[in-house]
Design a protein around this ligand. Structure first.
Ligand code: RM4
Ligand code: MN
Length: 393
């Protein structure tokens, strides 16, 4: 049984002080929609420059010390050198994301493709990603598959599950004892009829088959509208299978907008279940990551804002009084219990977070500090020529 957290002020501060949010390297590259990618001045041209931008986010928030890589977007000759570069910048390399969705061979799927040659190629890429993890010291391999079908009858749904299970088994078997496999799900897109890992239940079932170090990644943008994501979080934490978050927010589909922008109340409800489930403990096994694209807004500032949004939701979740809530729940006091949550949600935690930053030697307002640093202007001058990083690179 998980003991409800103690909501003392010093405990709240201790949790916030050690809260870590992982940044996606791809957030710093150019991105867009299928209609247009708008390039921005100063966008990194390679993984080394992406890490420099991530370090700028950490410099001003103090809360984003690791960066997730996406292979092959972040392919380099020497991953240990890239890890050293990160260390020199005061950050580290986190999760390794595999990419089996951008090769012509994957038109009809990657690990679920009916062609064994394509399946072999996809699995080999996943194994290559584990080699990268060995070189960077990463704990987590994150798998998201674009696999699925567009038309009924296009392929056999059940055989595709068999192929998926077989591929996962091979990759899981290649992991070192300290490494984990994160299986991410997504309702639809790019497949529009059936997706092979469409929901948390499918991901969870495959993880159960694999073993303890197979865990589910909850990308907050990957659900049908109105899905109760906090329920999924509560369930997976109880089962010990919540591996990571890919935070972002959505208005319509997989919008990849800044987390907490579309629905800060939903983010609060999610973070409340995280706190309730014991996953803000010092030894938490949950990786809190952003998975976002900044199509029209400046990317570094967009990441800073997102980190702050997660911090604010967390601080509010920590303010929920567990004793008052338990009392109201046990008494069947519907309105009283709801009021306990709403009291916390309606508290302005910005002053508390500003104080905490000052105590850590940071500027109380990371957005202002970044703007005043002149970093964006400097890299826009320096990074001339070359090809800017983007989804294809
Ligand atoms: C996918 C999924 C993955 C992310 C890619 C870029 O939709 O969310 O986590 O790596 O996009
Ligand atoms: Mn994701």
């Amino acid at each position: 049984m998980v003991t409800p957290h103690a909501a003392s002020h010093s405990d709240t501060l201790a949790v916030l002080r050690r809260q870590h949010i992982e940044l996606p390297s791809w957030a710093f590259g150019n991105s867009g929609t299928r209609f247009k990618v708008f390039g921005q001045p100063g966008v990194p041209r390679d993984p080394w420059e992406k890490l420099a931008d991530a370090a700028q986010v950490h410099r001003h928030t103090g809360a984003a010390p690791t960066v997730a890589l996406h292979i092959p977007w972040d392919r380099v000759d020497d991953y240990s050198a890239l890890a050293d570069h990160a260390r020199d910048l005061g950050i580290g390399i986190g999760t390794i994301n595999a990419n089996v969705f951008q090769d012509d061979d994957y038109r009809l799927g990657s690990v679920t493709n009916s062609d064994p040659r394509v399946r072999r190629k996809a699995i080999d890429h996943l194994l290559e990603c584990v080699d990268v993890m060995d070189a960077t010291g990463s704990r987590d391999l994150k798998l998201w598959f674009a696999d699925g079908t567009n038309y009924p009858g296009q392929d056999d749904l059940r055989s595709r599950q068999d192929r998926l299970a077989e591929a996962l088994r091979e990759v899981y078997g290649r992991l070192a004892p300290h490494q984990r496999l994160q299986l991410e799900y997504k309702l639809f897109e790019p497949a529009f009829y059936a997706t092979d890992v469409p929901d948390w239940g499918t991901a969870y079932a495959h993880c159960l088959e694999l073993g303890e170090r197979a865990v589910v990644c909850v990308d907050t943008g990957h659900h049908a509208a109105h899905t109760n994501i906090e329920f999924i979080v509560a369930f997976l934490l109880r089962a010990g299978r919540l591996g990571a978050f890919d935070f972002n927010s959505r208005f319509y589909a997989d919008d990849d907008l800044m987390v907490g922008a579309a629905d800060p109340f939903q983010l609060f409800r999610i973070m409340y279940e995280v706190v309730r489930g014991g996953a803000m403990a010092a030894d938490t096994q949950v990786a809190f990551m952003l998975d976002q694209c900044h199509n029209i807004e400046p990317k570094i500032a967009g990441q800073i804002r997102s980190v702050m949004n997660v911090q604010e939701a967390t601080a509010k979740a920590l303010l929920v009084d567990p004793d008052a809530l338990a009392r109201a729940q046990e008494a069947g006091d519907v309105l009283g219990a709801n009021a306990v949550l709403m009291d916390a949600y309606n508290t302005d935690v910005r002053p508390l977070l500003a104080d905490l930053r000052e105590e850590q030697g940071l500027h109380p307002d990371p957005m202002a500090a970044h703007a005043a640093s002149g970093y964006a202007e400097r890299v826009a001058q320096e990074r001339r020529g070359g090809a800017q990083a983007g989804w294809g690179a």
